[in-house]
Design a binder for this molecule. Structure first.
Ligand code: XMP
Length: 478
């Protein structure tokens, strides 16, 4: 509460979280925020704790609701101003098990869905608003407008944060933090680490040294592209370390997804450490950590998020090498990193590249990884992405990739029996990777890609399409 008072906020948003307010020791907001006279907006868990703390009731045991739902607007208020009209039925994104069953005094229902009769509630006098759904995700199409109404109209904020201001501020911060120190940065070929490196290069020039650890788990042609982009295009010196056979050897016979992630993360650190020693060590390590990485891999007891997956980063290095961290993108979401890349003059094709996970193709081959499977998957992935580019769909999709299943099925090709692997295709839309919906390809497109994959990629004789959203699925299969 001391910190909140010192910050002197214009309003407070209570966010969602994985706990249940019905569980003992689940988190609560400091009670005093409700008597400060400032607006409060509760989202999902935030709604439930707000209701509980103000004298209402939240219960467990109702049907869990995940994914798309529709809210019917009952009464108008400042939050809905210019966004949703009374009587309208609007798409929202739900992800909850508990729900409100009795309102605190002063509240009214402003909207309801089939699974959440208290989907939107408000106490207009105290300027308290709360929703069961998630306005912060793209699958609530008008959610950003609701949040803007809260911050701008209800709280009176201005919204003068721009990418140009962020760039200038970050550069000043990096210079202040680093001083005359030496910084190493691990490049992965993705947008995040590239934007980090380019921002750092702008801030500190040749105090920056980049290292690209080639895990052998990359897509077709990817390593060559990274090396040429940095060395030839940006003229940023780069160590290219080919460690493919080492990774493959250590991953032999490993089935468990978390174990795979940990082995890859650990090896990456070893190889990176060796490279760093070769350039004479460093004082700082730069990482392209984004806000979703921060949220999804942190786990506090009773705290915000459970560990969904151990994210691959160079987390163990700072302690081992006595390095301090530079993480200029730590508070940004992916769409903001892309905007920063554009602000830094990066080519649109590069900025728009689909995300690619640190553990690479290893987490797209459920079960044990072999060189043969990697080769099949690389070919399949390249054909799939080529078709998506040809159809002009690449920019509409957040991420598209092939997965090689550890299942062989029987087929018939040219009158011969075949017994080969199943390839699963995944394509999702999202803006931040936190939630996602599967992409609705036409059947004609899916048929074309299936035919091409089976004709052109030896080792595959069946193709399936993944139609799971996130939640309940994740984007990657492991
Ligand atoms: P999931 O599978 O958790 O993925 O829904 C969300 C986004 O994060 C990417 N991803 C990773 N990125 N290191 C990364 O740099 C990782 O270990 C990792 N795991 C998943 C994933 O591709 C998607 O864009």
């Amino acid at each position: 509460m001391e910190q909140i008072k010192a910050y002197d906020p214009k309003g407070i948003i209570l966010s969602g979280g994985p706990c249940s307010v019905t569980a003992p020791d689940s988190p609560r907001a400091p009670q005093e925020i409700f008597t400060m006279g400032i607006p409060v907006f509760g989202i999902c868990y935030g709604q439930q704790t707000m209701v509980t703390q103000l004298g209402g009731v939240v219960e467990r045991g109702h049907a869990r609701e995940f994914g798309r739902a529709f809210v019917t607007v009952r009464t108008h208020n400042a939050l809905l101003d210019g966004v949703w009209d009374e009587g309208a039925k609007e798409q929202v994104w739900m992800s909850h098990g508990d729900r409100v069953t009795k309102l605190p005094d002063g509240f009214e229902i402003t909207g309801a869905s089939e699974g959440a009769p208290y989907a939107m509630i408000a106490d207009n006098n105290r300027r308290f608003y709360a929703v069961q759904f998630h306005p912060e995700v793209v699958h609530t199409p008008h959610g950003a407008a609701l949040l803007k109404n809260f911050t701008h109209k209800v709280c009176g904020c201005r919204g003068d944060w721009t990418m140009a201001a962020f760039r200038a501020e970050s550069i000043a911060k990096i210079r202040k933090q680093v001083g005359t120190g030496k910084v190493i940065c691990g490049l992965s070929g993705g947008v995040d680490s590239s934007v980090t490196a380019i921002l750092l290069h702008e801030a500190i020039g040749d105090q920056l040294h980049c290292i690209y650890v080639d895990t052998g788990l990359m897509r077709k042609g990817e390593s060559e592209q990274v090396v040429s982009l940095f060395r030839d295009h940006y003229n940023i010196p780069l160590i290219h370390e080919d460690a493919g056979s080492l990774f493959l050897q250590k991953l032999e016979g490993i089935f468990d997804p978390e174990q795979k992630r940990k082995i890859i993360g650990g090896l990456f650190i070893d190889v990176f450490d060796d490279c760093a020693k070769r350039i004479g060590g460093a004082d700082f390590l730069a990482q392209g950590t984004l806000y979703p990485d921060v949220i999804e891999s942190v786990s506090f007891t009773g705290g915000p998020s459970v560990t969904i997956k151990s994210h691959h980063n160079v987390g163990g290095l700072p302690a081992r090498m006595n390095l301090k961290l530079v993480e200029p993108l730590r508070e940004l979401f992916k769409d903001e990193v892309r905007a920063l890349g554009t602000e830094l003059g990066m080519h649109p094709d590069f900025v728009k590249r689909h995300p690619f996970p640190g553990p690479g193709l290893a987490i797209r081959i459920p079960g044990a990884i072999t060189a043969e499977k990697l080769e099949i998957l690389r070919k399949a992935d390249a054909v799939y992405l080529e078709e998506i580019h040809n159809a002009g769909l690449y920019d509409e999709i957040w991420q598209a990739f092939a997965v090689l299943l550890p299942v062989k099925t029987v087929g018939v090709m040219g009158d011969e029996r075949s017994y080969d692997y199943v390839c699963a295709l995944r394509a999702v839309t999202s803006t931040d990777g936190m939630t996602a919906d599967y992409y609705h390809f036409s059947h004609a497109f899916l048929s074309r890609i299936s035919t091409r994959l089976i004709n052109e990629v030896p080792g595959i004789n069946r193709v399936v399409y993944d139609i799971t959203s996130k939640p309940p699925g994740t984007i990657e299969w492991e």
